[in-house]
Design a protein around this ligand. Structure first.
Ligand SMILES: Nc1ncnc2c1ncn2[C@@H]1O[C@H](COP(=O)(O)OP(=O)(O)O)[C@@H](O)[C@H]1O
Ligand SMILES: [Mg+2]
Length: 222
């Protein structure tokens, strides 16, 4: 994200310093809004609307432009009042975690998460945001039991949540699950290509899938 900001800043500087006339093509309205003086909205090869950035963002005339704006700047989901007064469902306290072998002090070779606290009441949702590599997936993996923390505690529905997946009850496993990004293409490393229900069958012919699994090669190039 900060890389994107830097690149956009560099573009703007070049355009200004060299007096360049630029056509900036993007699907990302938020980016275009920072870059352009005028915006032209296309759909199915037809021009839907054109105007100054200021006017187009403040008072879009075309229905399609209006829907683009609504998607780019959605209304907040709630005023933050969801779940207020409800029981705490998940409580994470002083959570630290990382990767690699643990030292004598119990800390992993690389610490990724340090001293994370969060509390989620029934019916609430929390968004975890941060740069790529900031530890979002690691936090999700710890909560889901895929990566035991090196310090801290987790409580779920009023009881201690065991750090290790194996120690969790079937009910815990059913109730706390990860939906991975690009779930349709995410593969489980503990299974062969052929062992993924539906995935191999739909993407690769069966015989090819079998060869691919046996060869343990990079099947994405097949
Ligand atoms: N299995 C792993 N072994 C070692 N380091 C890892 C592993 N998975 C992630 N990391 C490192 O942990 C950091 C946080 O990664 P991640 O939790 O995936 O961040 P995010 O989801 O916010 O992009 C990154 O520096 C990444 O390289
Ligand atoms: Mg991630």
């Amino acid at each position: 994200m900060t890389t994107q900001v830097e690149v956009l800043r560099a573009f703007r500087r070049v355009v200004r310093e060299r007096q360049v006339t630029a056509v900036y093509v993007s699907h990302d309205l938020a980016v275009v809004a920072q870059m352009a003086d005028h915006i032209l909205v296309l759909r199915d090869g037809r021009m839907r609307e054109v105007g100054t950035t200021e006017r187009l963002l403040a008072a879009p005339q075309n229905e399609y432009t209006q829907s683009l704006l609504a998607a780019a700047w959605p209304a907040p989901r709630s005023a933050g009042t969801a779940g207020v007064g409800a029981d705490v469902l998940l409580r994470v306290k002083g959570l630290s975690a990382g990767y690699g072998p643990r030292g004598r002090d119990g800390k992993p070779a690389v610490t990724i998460l340090e001293d994370i606290d969060l509390e989620l009441r029934r019916g609430q949702a929390i968004g975890v945001i941060g740069e790529s590599g900031s530890g979002k997936t690691t936090l999700a993996r710890v909560v889901a039991g895929l990566l035991p923390p090196s310090a801290g505690t987790m409580e779920f529905d009023g009881r201690a949540l065991p750090p290790a997946l194996k120690a969790r009850s079937h009910d815990d496993l059913r109730r706390i699950q990860i939906v991975f990004q690009s779930a349709d293409t995410a593969l489980n490393p503990s299974r062969t290509i052929e062992g993924h229900p539906g995935a191999a069958a739909s993407v690769l012919p069966r015989a090819r899938a079998r060869r691919c699994a046996a060869a343990s090669t990079n099947c994405s190039t097949w």
